[in-house]
Design a protein around this ligand. Sequence first.
Ligand code: GGG
Length: 355
Amino acid sequence: MKNFKIAVIAGDGIGPEVIRSGIDVLNGVAALDKTFDVELEHFPYGCNYYLENGRMMPEDALDRLKSFDAIYLGAVGDPRVPDNISLGGLLLPIRQKFDQYINLRPVKLLNGAPCPLAGIKPSDIDMIVVRENSEGEYANVGARLYQNSPNEIALQTGVFSRRGCQRVIRYAFEIARRSKKSVTSISKGNALAYSMVFWDQIFDEVRRDYPDVETHKLLVDAAAMFFVKDPARFQVVVTSNLFGDILTDLGAAIAGGMGLAAGANLNPERQFPSMFEPIHGSAPDIAGRSIANPLAAIWSISQMLDFFGYEQWASKIIRAIEFLLVDKKTLTPDLGGSARTSDIAPAILTALRNS
Ligand code: GGG
């Protein structure tokens, strides 16, 4: 029997509620599969931890997390804590220190999911966004000078290394080659003459190794427009940290909402644990009301199982989510239903048992 050790950081706001549903699905799948088991350890890191201890997680947190097979993260953010502290004290250091340089975010309109765009069918929105996840605009290099004076200056530098750009672009090409899809690189070389011209150059270099893969290049502003006007043109998308963050929220908006958007932070070499999360934040306005939609958290369990090599369970979970969306009987209020958060995992497990 294979045993997977999962570190759970439920985090803030609706994080603990949605993570509970994801864990129920994971345990349920393990019970149905019978060839693997999961061992969970909960870590109380997040904004409450910060308010008590002055930091988002203890100094040795990364050492503690290092030996796990995966990290399952809920949400980070609390109105009582500045956003740069909550993100910069937990999510970003985990991604960077564990070299989770790939952020895989599916933007896929499932059958039954709401779409605000007219005349769109599910097959028109089916892309995978490969976001650079370890450097770029989120490297957090910069300075504040002459603070609180009229001459005050803030500097924020992007970090784009040859190795960092090459490996994420190559990863996108490998997905595209395997799945016989096109790759679209999204950058902003016309305005960002150092970082993004460099990104474009690396993209051109890497694509020479993949003559079999159709490629496209777009400026990020045009890409944002096409996400809305013609999402069918995108299949595999590769882009920088900041652009990927923004475009995948737009992607969520066209593909069912934030309650259906999942992300995998991968260290493909498996030298460190990878981390799986719903991409939404902590939604403090609805926390504790049992109305949060846990489908994104459940989708991220599908990504975790896929990464562990259980591709069939990964697809079955997506089909079970799709069943709930089409059936409409067990959906949370954001999707037009009246189910509670805790109703969703049992419905997913019933759909899995019937599949
Ligand atoms: N689900 C984790 C979470 O709370 N994410 C909020 C966020 O601000 N994420 C930014 C990012 O993914 O870079």
